[in-house]
Design a binder for this molecule. Structure first.
Ligand SMILES: Nc1ncnc2c1ncn2[C@@H]1O[C@H](COP(=O)(O)OP(=O)(O)OP(=O)(O)O)[C@@H](O)[C@H]1O
Ligand SMILES: [Mg+2]
Length: 484
């Protein structure tokens, strides 16, 4: 079976724009300065060069989008300049100025050297202005295409899912494999790891993609309401059922139904759901007719499946019906290499939402993000960035734009982790067992800031044994005030 094309969502269509840069190369002073004054007045950033060589040198520090160049210049002429520029990754678009009636060499420059267009002297301001606008817009498109290409080269986008780490590549591969079938999928993973996004990606890559995608949250609904949500009800089926309503199973006909937080669905409802799934027929609460439904079911939970079954939160028979294919999403702390790509995609998306023009996070912020443990996974990252985008508004997100305390919390985690590794003992050969024991006890006490109860816990000995050992070493009297 052929795969449907992957939908790639571009989430950052609002790049920060700067004025278009134009370099003017002409050996004739009045011509060069006149052009520069005029083009600057049109809102472009300009610089000038007296010949081809000078232009090449200027380009090293002034990466122009458009080059307006004369053909005849000393030292290095316009043709040679264009030849040199053609070796660059993204050379400026060149508008070549030619002497009146000298069309032939100009056409050759366009044909052989890829110049953008040519213009006869004396330059007609209105015509030059239109030409510059066209070149600027083409240059912007090229920059945008390059940016999209770069984003794609992460090889890390599937639907709205971002990340090119190995665990995410594995997820994409499973999603692509399972999507075309109608197999039930069970998505597991901590909160905020993207379970709903994966469910949507499976739907949009499946033959049901033009059908509905319906998500029902099974958490926190009492049994009757849960059943009405799933199976629908007839008018008067229960108190509050003022009119007839179709349930999610009916609504998802020919499409996909996501049973989110299935571990929280009342166990009685789970039994009824299993029956519906087995015979693909649903009866509304209080109704008689059976409605045939064709639904692909995806379930999701942030609970550990084996424990949920052991605790009786998830019926084993329903579990077997739903768990034809399990996709377990990795927590963000296990794929921190994805942070830059996630930040780029999420910031682009938030720029759109809030009408902001934030480009990225700066290096110190990325450092802090890398140190954080992300218990709330990508949702937590999105929340941190959302605040950053709103507070920064434009430019880059800096440390001061992070939530208060976020930086020190992340640094604190890192310091503790560092302390426990840096705090390793180094003992020379020849150390006796007694000496090693004493060194280990002292190091642990240092780590717990002399909290003996905690130190005894870490060392796996009783508090009494620890006291005895300290008395042996003669350390008992030297207790600092406040020690426990
Ligand atoms: N791989 C990812 N790429 C981009 N965005 C992601 C990714 N994973 C999660 N997100 C974003 O994180 C947020 C949480 O994702 P989602 O709702 O899919 O998580 P979940 O696993 O269903 O969480 P919960 O268990 O709390 O329901 C959303 O804003 C989503 O867009
Ligand atoms: Mg969810």
């Amino acid at each position: 079976m052929g795969l449907s094309p992957v939908t790639i969502s571009v989430m950052d269509p609002t790049p920060v724009t700067s004025p278009v840069r134009v370099l003017i190369a002409d050996d004739e002073d009045s011509q060069r300065l006149g052009l520069a004054a005029m083009i600057t007045a049109w809102g472009y950033a300009t610089q000038t060069a007296g010949d081809g060589q000078d232009a090449l040198e200027k380009l090293a520090t002034f990466p122009a989008d458009v080059l307006v160049t004369d053909l005849m210049m000393p030292r290095m002429d316009g043709s040679e300049l264009l030849r040199r520029l053609s070796t660059l990754d993204r050379p400026p678009l060149a508008i070549v100025l030619t002497a009146f009636g000298n069309i032939e060499p100009a056409v050759a420059t366009i044909h052989d050297l890829g110049a953008f267009w040519f213009m006869e002297k004396p330059v007609q301001p209105a015509a030059l202005r239109i030409l510059l606008e066209r070149a600027a817009s083409q240059s912007r498109l090229a920059a945008e295409a390059e940016r999209l290409q770069r984003q794609l080269s992460y090889q890390g986008v599937l639907g709205d899912l971002v990340g090119s780490s190995e665990p995410m590549q594995q997820i994409y591969s499973w999603v692509r494999q399972v999507a075309p079938s109608r197999a039930a999928v069970f998505i597991t993973g901590e909160s905020g790891t993207g379970k709903e996004l994966v469910a949507r990606a499976i739907h949009s890559l499946s033959p049901r993609k033009s059908g509905p995608f319906v998500a029902v949250n099974c958490a926190a609904l009492p049994e009757t309401l849960m059943e009405s949500e799933l199976f629908g009800h007839e008018k008067g089926a229960f108190t509050g059922a003022v009119e007839r309503r179709a349930g999610c199973l009916e609504l998802a006909h020919n499409g996909t139904l996501l049973l989110d937080e299935i571990g929280d669905m009342p166990v009685g409802t789970q039994a009824k759901l299993l029956r519906v799934l087995e015979d693909s027929r649903v009866r509304r609460l209080g109704g008689k007719a059976e409605i045939v439904v064709d639904v692909r079911v995806i379930a999701a939970t942030n609970k550990v499946l084996s424990e949920a079954i052991k605790k009786g939160q998830l019926r084993e028979d329903l579990y077997y019906r739903l768990n034809v294919f399990n996709i377990d999403l990795p927590p963000l702390r296990d794929r921190k290499g994805d942070l830059p790509a996630l930040c780029e995609a999420i910031i682009g998306n938030l720029n759109q939402k809030h009408g902001c023009r934030v480009a990225q996070v700066d290096d110190p912020v990325m450092e802090v993000l890398r140190r954080h443990d992300w218990p709330g996974n990508v949702r937590e990252l999105r929340n941190v960035l959302e605040r950053g985008v709103i507070v920064a508004g434009e430019g880059v997100i800096m440390l001061e734009h992070l939530p208060p305390g976020f930086e020190s919390a992340a640094t604190g985690t890192a310091k503790t982790a560092q302390a426990s590794t840096l705090g390793a003992l180094q003992l020379p050969v020849g150390t006796t067992v007694d000496e090693a024991e004493k060194a280990l006890i002292n190091l642990t006490l240092e780590h717990t800031r002399n909290n003996k109860t905690r130190a005894a816990e870490i060392l796996g000995i009783s508090l009494k044994t620890l006291h005895n050992k300290l008395k042996e070493y003669g350390a008992g009297e030297a207790e600092p005030a406040g020690a426990t």
